[in-house]
Ligand binder design. Structure first.
Ligand SMILES: [Zn+2]
Length: 321
């Protein structure tokens, strides 16, 4: 049994190296571009950033683990998780990443504590999760699977530089996700002269524009509802106000002027069965009323490699489902 486990760990280590980004390239992969709707083509919000030796995950929505393994990246390869905020659609995949990631298998393989950074409330949430999964943690902790593999190193953070290792710098900044939904953060990752800004969940935010100055790529959330729905539903109006509509996002992109803007966390709103949501095809034309620069409508497993050139690659659609 021990021999078999050690072979599996070697295989996992090999797979860990496959997932790494080439040196000096900042690679962003949209693991999940959806919202709370449990659909197959857009999983919950989660973005993988690979920068030199660092493998970082921003949010861990539904299905983040399946998307990682579709790319043959073992869950144990993720070294640090950053939460933008604690809305369930952004964190519900975390127990899976954490608890499946420390199994000594090709798809797991974590041997050290998992670092988790997020806004105030993160440490408390993770302590409660450790209690909730106490039985599993206890019975799986054996000689073959040492306990440190399952440990969490959590930290509540606020605006500022929150991570600086091996030339990779992550800066958190406050965003505007509605006064009752604070704290909420966005992140900027800088590595080897390249950079990406991740909006998290936010309405139009001057602070985000300030932190986005000079950034190569902006990955921004977006929300849209039909006029009919907005006229009929106060709830819909309220939800849209916590998010950014395409015309507002266009203004953000125009002010930041990135080399590329990308939509992810795509909220297409419907609060009543008789009023269906708008299609995603409305997003780009509506953005074009305020922004003329490069823009991509994100989809699950899209990769954006930021080097001298920016290369966008879509996962073969047949491979997603
Ligand atoms: Zn939210």
């Amino acid at each position: 049994m021990l021999y078999l486990l050690s072979r599996l760990v070697v295989l996992a280590a090999t797979l860990l190296s496959w997932g790494a980004a080439p040196a000096q390239t900042l690679k962003v992969t949209l693991l999940g571009t959806g919202a709370p709707i449990p659909r197959f083509d857009r999983f919950g919000p989660s973005i993988l950033v690979q920068a030199g030796p660092a493998t970082l995950l921003f949010d861990c929505g539904r299905g983040a683990t399946q998307r990682l393994w579709q790319l043959k990246i073992p869950l144990g390869a993720v070294q640090t998780v950053f939460f933008t905020h604690l809305h369930s659609d952004h964190v519900v995949g975390f127990p899976d990443l954490w608890l499946t990631g420390w199994l000594p298998t090709p798809f797991g393989g974590r041997a050290v504590p998992l670092q988790v950074l997020g806004p105030t409330g993160t440490v408390a949430m993770l302590a409660a999760l450790q209690q909730a999964y106490a039985w599993d943690l206890r019975v799986r902790s054996t000689q073959d699977v040492p306990a440190p593999s399952s440990a969490l190193a959590a930290r509540d953070i606020t605006q500022g530089v929150v991570y600086e290792q091996a030339g990779v710098k992550v800066t958190a900044f406050a965003v505007a996700h509605g006064e009752h939904l604070q704290p909420a953060l966005g992140y900027r990752v800088d590595y080897a002269g390249r950079s990406v800004l991740l909006s998290g969940d936010t309405g139009f935010s001057e602070n985000l524009i300030r932190f986005g100055q000079g950034v190569d790529v902006v990955v921004h959330e977006v929300a849209a509802a039909t006029q009919e729905l907005l006229q009929q539903s106060e709830t819909a109006k309220q939800i849209v106000s916590y998010h950014t509509q395409p015309e507002e996002a266009g203004k953000v992109f125009t002010r930041i002027h990135p080399r590329l803007a990308v939509y992810s966390h795509i909220v297409l709103l419907s609060t009543t069965p008789n009023l269906p949501p708008p299609g995603a095809e409305v997003l780009v034309p509506r953005t074009r009323t305020t922004y003329a620069g490069p823009l991509e409508l994100g989809e699950d497993l899209m990769t954006i490699e930021i080097g001298e050139r920016i290369t966008v690659t879509r996962f073969p659609p047949s491979g997603i489902r």
